[in-house]
Design a protein around this ligand. Structure first.
Ligand SMILES: CC(C)(COP(=O)(O)OP(=O)(O)OC[C@H]1O[C@@H](n2cnc3c(N)ncnc32)[C@H](O)[C@@H]1OP(=O)(O)O)[C@@H](O)C(=O)NCCC(=O)NCCS
Length: 263
């Protein structure tokens, strides 16, 4: 632990270059912590990507300052009210393992006092991030299939009970957007081939039934989503949306959505 001051400030356009440089150094050092090859997450070495995220009004992009100098970055997203996502955190290589990451999260908890839950995904191979997140109280709840690698999905509950942004299945309504719900997969139909009405493209589709103690809903799975959902497993869906078809509710998982196979 250093005696340095640590502050979290909103990043501005002119910080994009310094943030990108520190981000590139931080993620390039993953090669020593299990990374299967060079590179990092999308845009990690791109000033344009970072400038774009700084401007993005759906994200809160912070610079981490140590003694007034940029020592890393932290990007916050959300999937619903008080359901926050740590989209990205990094600490520059010369500042690592001095407690800055931990102190940054302490500042984050203070900045979002009404948060019910924080979630994040990290690669299974990463021998540095997994112990880091566990050391600050994140608990693995499952695995994601969001990327080409399997991700470990973590959450940290701040308050007890069902987070405000999550729905019990029996409460899900027609037209609902940004649904976050958990349930058991009870049936998955065989995959059918259909062609898109808009583009004529061949698509694969399958239906599953998702149930909890309050009810059941049909879950429509497209293409890559099909292999992520196995009969008899429990899953969490984030960014689901609901429509009714012949008086039956159908939930689909949006483009930015996530299916998490729960432990
Ligand atoms: C992950 C990261 C943010 C951690 O930041 P940090 O400031 O170095 O972490 P801290 O010093 O607060 O470490 C806290 C604890 O995490 C664990 N930890 C941190 N680095 C570790 C490492 N290299 N190996 C094993 N455990 C580690 C330890 O338990 C550590 O406590 P200790 O030092 O008392 O043993 C930083 O390593 C990083 O930027 N990595 C590259 C980018 C990345 O992968 N970001 C996350 C993905 S979005």
């Amino acid at each position: 632990m250093t005696g340095n001051s640590v502050e979290l400030e909103r990043a501005e356009a002119e910080d994009a270059k310094a943030l990108t440089d520190s981000c590139k150094r931080a993620f390039d050092s993953d090669s020593e912590y299990g990374s299967p090859g060079p590179g990092g997450p999308p845009g990690y070495d791109s000033v344009e990507w970072n400038a774009d995220k700084i401007r993005n009004r759906y994200l809160d992009y912070y610079k981490i300052l140590s003694d007034g100098e940029i020592a890393g970055g932290f990007i916050v997203g959300d999937r619903g009210p008080d359901y926050h996502v740590c989209e990205r955190i990094w600490i520059d290589t010369d500042q690592m393992r001095k407690g800055l990451g931990t102190r940054t999260f302490d500042l984050v908890w203070q900045r979002y006092p009404s948060a019910d839950v924080w979630v994040l995904g990290t690669p299974e191979w990463n021998t540095r991030t997994n112990p880091f997140y566990q050391s600050i109280g994140f608990v693995q709840i499952g695995k994601t299939h969001e990327y080409s690698w399997d991700g470990i999905y973590y959450e940290k509950r701040i308050s007890s009970g069902l987070p405000k942004a999550m729905s019990s299945i029996g409460d899900i309504r027609d037209g609902q957007q940004r649904v976050i719900a958990e349930g058991r997969v009870e049936e998955v139909t065989p995959t059918r081939a259909v062609s898109s009405r808009k583009t004529g493209e061949q698509l694969r589709v399958a239906d599953a039934i998702l149930s909890d103690e309050t009810g059941s809903i049909q879950l429509v799975l497209w293409n890559e989503q099909i292999r992520q959902v196995k009969d008899g497993t429990s899953i969490r869906v984030e960014e689901g949306y609901v429509k009714s078809y012949r008086d039956e509710l159908q939930m689909s998982v949006g483009k930015w959505g996530l299916i998490i196979t729960l432990l």
